[in-house]
Every structure is written in C-alpha cells, then in structure tokens.
Design a protein around this ligand. Structure first.
Ligand SMILES: Nc1ncnc2c1ncn2[C@@H]1O[C@H](COP(=O)(O)OP(=O)(O)O)[C@@H](O)[C@H]1O
Ligand SMILES: [Mg+2]
Length: 334
C-alpha cells in the first residue's frame, strides 16, 4: 500500500522552475533514498512533501489523502490553515541543521508538539519522550539543552522529536551532512534501526554506503527531474544514464580526501564490519544488533562503514561493496 505518492509535481519560484514533474511512490515500510547534486531540488521536494510550502502543480498523497487540498466534486480547494497544520503533523521531518528549540531542554523539545497538537498530558508526553530518548541512545540527556550536546546527539534528539508525533512517513534531508565525520555513524545507526522496524522513510543523503545498505529504492535527481531510479546496488554499480555516472564520478573524486582521512584515522578497517561498528560506536551498536536480529523485513542488512583505499583507488562501502574508480566510470564490486 502506498503511504506517499507524488504525481507529476512541479515547483516554481517565480521564473525559476525547481521541480519538473516528479513522480514517485513510497510503499508502507519502504525506505526511499534520494541522491543528486546540490541545487537539483531534493530539499524543495522534501519541504513541499512535508507541507512546509505548496507544490506549484501535480498531486501529492499521504495514505491516499491529497496533501494541501480537499477534493470537492471534481475540484480541488486549498485546505484551511488549520486542516493543513493537521496534515503536516502526519509527516515527520528531520533537517540538515537539526532545528531544535535552543531554549528548551531535550525533553521539552520532544514533548512540546505532542502536548500542544496531539493533546497528550505532560505525563503521557514525557513517558513517550523517555522511551524515544532510550531508543536513540540518549536516555541520560533529557535535562540537557541543545547547546550542551554534540551535533550527532542533537540530530538524534531531532529524530526522537519527529517520531513523538507518530508520523506516517519520516523525511530526512541530508541528516548527517552538517556533522563531523566521526559523528555520522551514530545518526545513521538510528535511522537504519528505524528502517528495520518498518518505518516508511524518504532519505536525502550523500552517504552512498548507507543508501546501498538501507534503501529499498534509490532515486538520482538532477535539475528538478528523476534522472534514474532503481535498486540501490544496480543504480550505484551500473548507472545507465551519463548524468548519474558523472555525478558518482564527481562524488568519488570530491570525497577522496574524506575517505583517505577515514582510512588513516581508525583501525576499524582491520576489523570485521560488525566489530568495527562496535568499536566506533560503543553501546549504541548493541541496540543496532538487537534490532537487526528482530528485523521484521528479514533482509540481509549490512553494517554502515566505508573506506577509501589509496593503493587501487577503490572505495569500500559497508565493508562489502567496492566502488572502483576508473578513468571513465566508477564500478561497484561486492
Ligand atoms: N525559497 C526559495 N526561493 C527561490 N529559490 C529557491 C528557494 N528554495 C530553493 N530554491 C532554489 O531551488 C533550487 C533547488 O534547491 P534545493 O531544493 O535546495 O536543492 P538541493 O536540496 O538538491 O541542493 C536551487 O536553485 C535553489 O536556489
Ligand atoms: Mg538540500
């Protein structure tokens, strides 16, 4: 059953057209990852889907309900601001820059919307918030303020805050791109955990290893259109479109320094992926292990982790996939 569907959606800002007829379907429990160059319209797509601003054309549906409009006869009428606000609460959004309320404690950040909008009592909201903090590995931080937390911790609070509204779908806009490299995995582990628990998600990301690992479906966007889509492995290993190939090539080139730094920094490469994850993330990973064991999707999930090999120019994804950098195009090997 489709939880989210976009049918030929367009977005224009004045003369500037940002989305040009994007269509996609996300089934219940499915993880859709979106990759693409900066400026291709990924954030706009998520913002409009989250009802933070309207599409200029096309139709978006959540659980069959049209977003932003009500259908009367054969005509669509814009929703009242109250109805729109209600619809917005069905969609969880996690931003690149966390966007926590700086003047509220971690606990208050999470309980605010459930109390105001879902009308939960403080006690109910706090009980739920504590469960969520436990789930994202931050049970001991409820009294902290955002400024007292690392970026990775703040992003995990932001995820807990979005989950507190029990959204039908979670949208992530490059949730790790503002983080220092060593904090990326602790956030990816939480998102992966959610995927394994069957949360329906759309994740815009530059973490190719993560996308290869967690996505059921991968979309490559450029210049406001879906250029190519498919199973992550086949799209990453055998892109059929020249624009996808060029993007992946550029991506590998641009991130070479990061991969080199990662390879030099840690000893985790010498360990098995599971061991390396444990080493790098400490207690967090115990959680990932358990959820992996109880994975409802029963898929062979691969751990997050990647490395760049200076000798042969290969880029290891999740310890299992290798993108081999060649003069013409990157190739992935399992
Ligand atoms: N509020 C806005 N007003 C005008 N142009 C915008 C606005 N938001 C985004 N854009 C433009 O839309 C294009 C796509 O932006 P964005 O969706 O942020 O891309 P991405 O997330 O893929 O980097 C860019 O050219 C950007 O300048
Ligand atoms: Mg963006």
């Amino acid at each position: 059953m489709a939880v989210l569907s976009l049918e030929a959606v367009w977005k224009r800002y004045g003369e500037h057209t940002v989305l040009r007829g994007v269509s996609l379907v996300v089934e219940k429990g499915e993880v859709l990852c979106i990759i693409g160059p900066s400026g291709s319209g990924k954030s706009t797509l998520l913002r409009c889907t989250a009802c933070l601003e309207p599409f200029s054309g096309g139709i978006a549906r959540l659980d069959g309900e049209i977003l932003g409009y009500r259908l009367h006869g054969i005509k669509l009428y814009p929703l009242s601001s109250r109805a729109l606000a209600a619809q917005r609460t069905e969609i969880g959004m996690v931003f690149q820059h966390f966007n926590l309320f700086a003047n509220l404690s971690v606990l208050d950040n999470i309980t605010l919307a459930p109390m105001l909008i879902r009308k939960l009592s403080r006690q109910q909201a706090e009980q739920k918030a504590r469960q969520l903090l436990e789930r994202v590995g931050l049970a001991d931080k409820e009294k902290s303020f955002p400024a007292q937390l690392s970026g990775g911790q703040q992003q995990r609070v932001a995820i807990a805050r979005a989950l507190a509204m029990e959204p039908k779908v979670m949208l992530f806009d490059e949730p790790t791109s503002a983080l220092d490299p060593e904090l990326v995995d602790e956030v990816l582990v939480v998102i992966k955990d959610l995927a394994q628990e069957g949360m329906t998600m759309v994740v815009v990301t530059h973490e190719m290893a993560f996308a290869a690992d967690v996505a059921d479906h991968l979309i490559f966007m450029d210049d406001g259109v879906i250029v190519e889509e498919g199973k992550p492995i086949s799209l990453l290993s055998n892109p059929s479109n020249e624009r996808t190939r060029a993007f992946l090539r550029r991506f590998l080139q641009q991130n070479k320094a990061v991969f080199e730094e990662q390879a030099a920094r840690s000893s985790f490469q010498a360990l098995s992926p599971r061991e390396s994850e444990k080493t790098r993330l400490g207690g967090q990973l115990e959680k990932a292990t358990t959820s992996e064991d109880r994975s409802s999707k029963n898929k062979a999930r691969r751990p997050v982790g990647e490395g760049y090999n200076q000798d042969d120019g290969s880029f290891t994804l999740g310890g299992h996939v290798q993108i081999i950098q060649t003069a013409t195009e990157p190739k992935i090997q399992w």
